[in-house]
Design a protein. Structure first.
Length: 219
């Protein structure tokens, strides 16, 4: 029969201690560590799922915003084509800040300088982001110094979508043309002492400070 000392020695044996420690560690792991790790992993999975849902929602919002923007641009272009001029005014809506008699500085004050083409001293051209007009050219009179020059004419070139409508739109805004000539599809409007408009064909129209003509060019 083992004595108390033998029992104590048995309990103090390294193997017994190791087994007891291992059992305690296993119990601790099962009751504390594993549940904690499981809860943490569940939280991470839940967080990842939530983030995935948020990303999907943001993508849907971005898609809708892109579609809405494209639709708004189409509606703006349609409005620009349908409402090119206001009554009595030859300058196109949205493009009326630079006029006959203004200086070149007026052009630079209303357009980004990088969009202004200045290759020729007698005129500057600007590419436009406009549904009705793709480009406008401003012609100057001829003083030697640029600061003394004034705009004497504006020439607007139509976009493909608006080709063929300008004469009708000018007639809606300015009334029937009062200046005609033998050149086909050419007509003009007198709007004051130094202000005239001219539709010449279907792809352009001009605003000038002298009475236009519609003479057929000699061959």
């Amino acid at each position: 029969m083992p004595t108390p000392d033998d029992t104590k020695k048995w309990q103090d044996h390294p193997v017994v201690i190791a087994i007891g420690s291992g059992a305690a560690a296993l119990i601790f792991a099962q009751t504390v560590i594993f549940p904690t790790m499981t809860a943490s992993l569940q939280n991470e999975v839940s967080s990842a799922r939530s983030q995935t849902q948020e990303v999907a929602a943001l993508r849907e919002q971005l898609k809708k915003a892109t579609e809405d923007t494209a639709k708004a641009k189409l509606e703006l272009k349609a409005a620009q084509i349908n409402n090119v001029f206001s009554v009595g005014n030859p300058y196109p809506i949205g493009l009326s800040k630079v006029k006959i008699g203004d200086s070149p500085e007026a052009i630079l004050g209303n357009y980004p300088e990088e969009k202004v083409t200045k290759n020729v001293a007698s005129y500057w051209s600007i590419k436009l982001d406009h549904a009705t007009f793709r480009e406008v050219t401003y012609f100057f009179d001829r003083p030697k110094n640029l600061k003394d020059r004034k705009i004497r004419a504006l020439l607007f070139f139509t976009t493909e979508q608006s080709s063929g409508i300008i004469r009708d739109k000018l007639t809606e805004a300015l009334g029937n043309p009062s200046i005609f000539g033998p050149k086909p599809d050419c007509a003009g409007w007198s709007l004051g002492k130094d202000l005239f408009a001219k539709a010449d064909g279907s792809i352009s129209f001009s605003i000038v400070n002298t009475q236009p003509d519609c003479i057929v060019a000699e061959k």
